[in-house]
Design a protein around this ligand. Structure first.
Ligand code: SF4
Ligand code: SF4
Length: 156
């Protein structure tokens, strides 16, 4: 069973409504690279969150703070199916070879891949080949309204 150890990546990448923490900002209680300053009393959302690396995806040396992306799942209401979500811990994380592997992994699971960039941009990738998802006019409009870019990814 894996443990977070010195990783605190999701304490930056993920929003936390209960303490009004926005995405892509460090939680004020985070001891960056060490852990949580209020570990025993941390919000239930933190205690329950388990990224895909913690669940076993990727190698031991591919911990989110090392590869600079966090993987989990996210369901956009407009799309209605969970997408594999990739959250950049810092700019350029999406360029890491691990991120490319993760995108292909999402498509093998027949899921779209939702990327949350460190600069706040959001993009949803649909596979050109392995994902038979029909992007309806409603889905297209919902993405435009939510300012989520869309791209068809030329996967293998
Ligand atoms: S990103 Fe994963 S490994 Fe890192 S602190 Fe969060 S749950 Fe733990
Ligand atoms: S409360 Fe603790 S575990 Fe939760 S985001 Fe803040 S530092 Fe991380």
């Amino acid at each position: 069973m894996r443990e977070c150890g010195g990783c605190t990546a999701c304490c930056k990448t993920h929003p936390l409504k209960s303490i009004r923490k926005a995405q892509n900002t460090w939680c004020p209680d985070c001891l960056i690279g060490k852990g949580c300053n209020i570990y025993a009393d941390r919000p239930s959302g933190c205690a329950e969150f388990r990224c895909q690396w913690l669940m076993g995806y990727g190698g031991d040396n591919e911990r989110p703070d090392k590869v600079r992306i966090v993987l989990d799942y996210h369901t956009m209401e407009a799309i209605g199916v969970p997408a594999l979500m990739i959250s950049e811990v810092s700019h350029g994380g999406i360029e890491h070879s691990f991120a490319k592997k993760a995108i292909e992994y999402g498509f093998r699971l027949r899921k779209p891949v939702f990327v949350q960039y460190a600069d706040g941009r959001q993009k949803i990738y649909f596979s050109k080949k392995s994902f038979s998802f029909v992007v309806t006019r409603e889905i297209h409009d919902a993405c435009v309204q939510a300012r989520v870019e869309m791209e068809y990814y030329d996967d293998l």
